[in-house]
Write a protein that binds this ligand. Structure first.
Ligand code: BES
Ligand code: ZN
Length: 457
């Protein structure tokens, strides 16, 4: 084991150089013009799995972007870990706010800056390198390993879901290891035991059959933007509670243990508000910040458009206005049920003077992972060894919809070994990832294989 650790420590600069090549590929899954880059990135990942000593490497086509698979199954009688990650990244807009090219990584202040540095290339590369370190030193792994790296996490993983249902045997494992979440704070080893789910809706309001002069017509017909704004404002009350009927009906409350854990983490609202440049935090009344982020559902407008949005002033009463509205969900809310309640409710809110169209864009189920699973304990020991500190347990506000599917279909626990920081600007300009976290991640992964091997199959 010591050779593996030494190998990682002395190769960390090489790993960073390789990660740079990974980050140079603009693998934006949502934009069709990047289809070729997606294929290129899948090929890159498969090459790295080969270098790491994996076999049966496959680039698997789907109705969307390809999946990459590779395995090493020679640890007879030992458990199998499925390592999941995603090579797709978010779009880079607004590009003018980036301090350097999003696809030309730079190292600055001990961090690597590029789109995907944290989410998720930096975090999945950690596991490829830890496997490689074993193979290049002792020539074998203490456990069986399967890799599945997909190209559609940022657009909802629906093709992976189909693949998973048809390939349970190929993906059979004793635990799924995922690094696509966050540390509680820099240098604090963290296992995440929950993810929120999501219901993402588009609401389109149509008024008159064409754009009108706002002087000639303003005051005679409904303005779709005004109506949309009125509608959105009705979706939350003055206590920031969501007003959709039955919205909170299935929400599981926090356990006593969870509340004690939250207390022990000593979260500072003041520091958090300062970092975000706000005078005061805001959210659902009756809950503290970590409770609101981890275990309470929310409703947020993610985008709103219509009318004149160019430079200058144009007097216009628009024909249409549209908003994207997301609801983050928690156990045991069901995204389909919530989407239905939302649709019914918003339709009931608009006046007869406008038409409304509601589209359920995509969704994902929330999850809470039991902390007493031996695989979780093995992961917790591993991160603690790597970081030299006691591991803390947190839930996440974000979503990874495929995790619930892994757990349900493969009947295996999910281990969320988060390595990013909430301040890493994922989905935003100037995304970055700490090089220290990157190295500690490779070490955590290496220790995990050793700890996991000790578990009975
Ligand atoms: N890595 C994130 C999930 C995440 C975000 C975990 C923040 C922890 C903290 C993932 O790549 C992601 O962005 N997921 C989407 C899912 C959606 C597109 C269905 C999300 O949460 O918006
Ligand atoms: Zn993401």
């Amino acid at each position: 084991m010591q050779e593996v650790i030494n190998h990682i420590k002395s190769n960390k600069d090489n790993y960073v150089e390789e990660l740079k090549d990974y980050l140079r590929i603009p693998s934006i899954s949502t934009t069709s013009s990047h289809k070729k880059d997606m294929a290129k990135c899948a090929k890159f990942v498969s090459g790295k799995l080969k270098d790491a000593g994996m076999s049966k490497i496959k680039i698997i086509p789907t109705a969307g972007h390809p999946l990459v698979y590779g395995e090493w199954m020679k640890a007879k009688g030992k458990p199998t870990v499925l390592i999941y990650g995603h090579y797709d990244v978010q779009p880079v807009d607004p590009i003018e706010l980036w301090e350097s090219d999003p696809f030309e990584p730079v190292i600055k202040n001990g961090k690597i800056w590029a789109r995907g540095a944290n989410d998720n290339k930096g975090q999945n590369f950690v596991h490829i390198k830890s496997v490689e370190a074993y193979m290049k030193t002792i020539g074998k792994l203490p456990v069986n390993v399967k890799f599945l790296i997909e190209g559609e996490e940022e657009i909802g993983s629906s093709n992976l879901e189909t693949f998973l249902k048809k390939n349970k045997k190929l993906l059979k494992c004793d635990a799924v290891l995922i690094s696509d979440t966050s540390l509680y704070a820099e240098g604090v080893p963290t296992i995440n035991y929950g993810l929120r789910g999501l219901a993402y809706m588009e609401v389109e309001i149509t008024g008159p059959n064409k754009d009108l002069h706002s002087g000639s017509f303003g005051g005679s017909v409904a303005n779709p933007i005004n109506e949309l704004a009125r509608l959105i404002s009705k979706l939350q009350d003055k206590n920031n509670k969501v007003t959709i009927p039955n919205f909170y009906k299935d929400v599981l409350p926090f356990t006593k243990k969870e509340n004690e854990n939250i207390k022990s983490l000593k979260f500072s609202d003041t520091k958090y508000a300062k970092e975000l440049g706000v005078k005061e935090l805001q959210g659902e009344k009756g809950f503290n910040t970590l409770q609101r982020l981890w275990g309470r559902p929310t409703l947020d407008c993610n985008g709103i458009w219509g009318g004149f949005t160019e430079e200058g002033a144009k007097t216009v009463l628009p024909s249409k206005a549209t908003a994207n509205i997301s609801m983050r969900l928690v156990p045991n809310q069901d995204p389909k049920k919530i989407a239905k309640e939302f649709t019914k409710y918003v339709k009931s809110l608009v006046p007869k003077s406008v038409k409304i169209k509601v589209t359920d864009m995509h969704g994902g189920s929330p999850i809470v992972i039991p902390l007493d699973d031996p695989a979780i304990l093995a992961a917790s020991k591993a991160t603690s060894k790597a970081f030299g500190k006691k591991t803390v347990y947190t839930r996440e506000g974000g979503s990874i919809p495929i995790v619930v599917e892994f757990v349900n279909q493969l009947k295996a626990p999910a281990i969320l070994m988060g390595l990013g920081l909430d301040s890493d600007n994922i989905h935003s300009p100037n995304e970055h990832f700490s090089l220290r976290s990157f190295e500690l991640g490779v070490l955590s992964s290496a220790y995990f294989f050793e700890e996991f091997a000790n578990l009975k199959k």
